[in-house]
Design a protein around this ligand. Structure first.
Ligand code: PMV
Length: 328
């Protein structure tokens, strides 16, 4: 056994889905963007044949060849460590390194279970740190492996979250063409509000699947409308038309409401934004809780934010992230 300790550090950004969540699972396009909130993963090898994962006050310790399902993760707050463990054991076995252990320290600015891509970012950062320990820094491989790991978490994952967390930027996703960058003509001011209501993406995605099976023609109609909104949104970004872009946020939200993935807190926070001067607002991610995004008028953002911040909810202005995963 090699006794030398290798170390690596990596970080990956959170993401927001600007347009097309849920419909993207059924071959519709979407616009997804990385934002400047990050998860950092500090990794080092150990010679104890154990995987130790620590995040704040939470930690788990599992034998390298152990199965995390046998270890009781009773505390719901700790369930986010499960996919991280899966990423570690997958890379160890892929690299034929089952004879070493790993210590991971996770430090996250991304709220968990709020639709901001915390699970994708943690998979991407973990996989990148692990590959880096073994001198492999191929971003495409990081994306492919973390997408596979995400699909273990919810079976119908579209993979868009992992892509944007790996490569950063504002991404246009078209099922037949893949991903391409959108470079908006103007800077847009994006506000995120978190409801504090945690959701399980897998469960909400399953509920939508059921909705689609029971209401196939309604779902088709909603999908067509979502596609039209997406097209207008792409053009308004390219043209720098914030009024139209804001309007598209709100139109997209109406479809998500009909799909049954909104939540009273989401509706309330959206009303606050619109009544305070936001140009548009919608939920982002799976919904049924989680986060909302609002587009603020760029030159009046300070006063609109001041009004919105008086209402309940956690609010944060965010910038788009163009770096994606960073190793080292
Ligand atoms: O809530 P999040 O961040 O996990 O986003 C889920 C996005 C969905 O479109 C609902 C599912 C998917 O895999 O694209």
């Amino acid at each position: 056994m090699n006794n030398s300790i290798n170390k690596a550090v990596s970080s990956a950004p959170a993401k927001v889905i600007l347009f097309g969540e849920h419909f993207v699972v059924y071959d519709n396009p979407a616009i997804v963007a990385a934002i400047n909130k990050r998860i950092h993963v500090y990794a080092q090898t150990n010679n104890k044949l154990r995987i130790n994962i620590k995040s704040g006050k939470n930690s788990i310790c599992i034998l390298t060849r152990g199965n995390v399902d046998l270890v009781s993760i009773r505390d719901k707050d700790m369930s986010f460590l499960h996919p991280i463990f899966k990423c570690v054991s997958h890379v160890l076995s892929e690299k034929n390194k089952s004879n070493i252990g790993i210590d991971l320290d996770i430090d996250s600015q991304i709220p968990y279970g709020e639709g901001l891509g915390s699970s994708a970012a943690s998979c991407v950062a973990t996989v990148a740190a692990l590959y880096s320990l073994f001198s492999d820094n191929n971003r495409n491989q990081v994306y492919e492996t973390s997408k596979l790991m995400e699909q273990n978490i919810h079976k119908n994952s579209s993979g868009v979250d992992c892509y944007v967390c790996t490569f950063g930027g504002i991404m246009n996703y078209e099922p037949d063409k893949g991903f391409s960058n959108i470079r908006p003509k103007k800077k847009f001011t994006l506000l995120i509000g978190t409801t504090g209501v945690k959701h399980s993406t897998g469960e909400v995605v399953s509920q939508v699947k059921e909705f689609r099976e029971k209401n196939s023609s309604q779902f088709k109609d909603l999908s067509l409308k979502a596609k039209a909104i997406y097209k207008t949104a792409v053009n308004s970004m390219l043209e720098g038309n914030e009024l139209e872009l804001g309007r598209m946020f709100t139109e997209n939200q109406k479809l998500l409401y009909k799909l049954g993935v909104s939540h009273p807190k989401i509706e309330k926070m959206i009303d606050v934004c619109l009544n305070s001067g936001a140009l548009g607002a919608k939920l982002t991610g799976a919904g049924r809780g989680g986060a909302i995004i609002a587009l603020l008028p760029h030159d009046k953002s300070t006063e609109v934010l001041a009004k919105i911040s008086k209402s309940p909810g956690k609010w944060m202005l965010v910038e788009f992230d163009y770096d994606g995963v960073i190793v080292g």
